[in-house]
Design a protein around this ligand. Structure first.
Ligand code: SF4
Length: 192
């Protein structure tokens, strides 16, 4: 573990290579799993606000779920998460040619149709944060659907902490990220 401020960061961020390869994985992280993506109360409200801008590209089944049950729900573990259809697909998933999954929220953000990029838990994926009273744990959620990203990262020599630079800066700030990058480089130099 690397201690950066009041966070404990898994060594996976330094040791593992990672770079998403959407053509290979087809963005399965939007549709696999048995619950929606974790969201905060503020994000829940924001999603309610931007739904009208997203509706044209959402699946009819997703629109129905949102209209009947809302943009999110509390899952079995007591966490607030985005609503899902068919027991696994996030309602905010839209599809590109070849069955590639895209995030309708991020697409609208990039096209200037809304001012919210996506929930921070999605932006940070495949990293998962766990909040404890005294610190925040930052871990890599290693899952078979991302194997192509590990392979791609190896070929491109991009480590997980490097690939996740922007979302980590958004969550923890530039200073924190610079400290993390320094700690990762020092750790990797020690291993040589
Ligand atoms: S996080 Fe995993 S499933 Fe999602 S886009 Fe990246 S490699 Fe694909």
């Amino acid at each position: 573990m690397l201690q950066i401020g009041n966070t404990l960061v898994s060594l996976d961020l330094a040791e593992r290579f990672f770079c998403c390869d959407l053509d290979k994985c087809l963005g399965q992280c939007c549709i696999e799993g048995d619950a929606g993506a974790p969201i905060t109360e503020a994000e829940f409200k924001k999603l309610e606000e931007i739904v009208p801008a997203l509706k044209p590209e959402l699946l009819p089944a997703a629109v129905k779920v949102i209209e009947e049950d809302g943009v999110g729900y509390t899952d079995e573990e007591g966490d607030l998460v985005t609503s899902i259809i068919d027991g696994k697909n996030c309602v905010f998933t839209c599809y590109a040619a070849g069955g590639k999954c895209l995030c309708a929220i991020e697409r609208a953000y990039r096209e200037g149709r809304c001012d919210f990029r996506k929930p921070i838990s999605c932006y940070l994926y495949p990293l998962r944060l766990t909040e404890y009273p005294a610190f925040t744990a930052v871990n890599y959620h290693r899952w078979k659907i991302c194997r192509s990203a590990e392979q791609n990262g190896k070929e491109l020599r991009i480590r997980l902490y490097q690939f996740m630079k922007e979302p980590l800066i958004e969550r923890f700030g530039q200073e924190w990220y610079d400290e993390l990058a320094e700690a990762c480089e020092a750790y990797l130099a020690e291993q040589k």
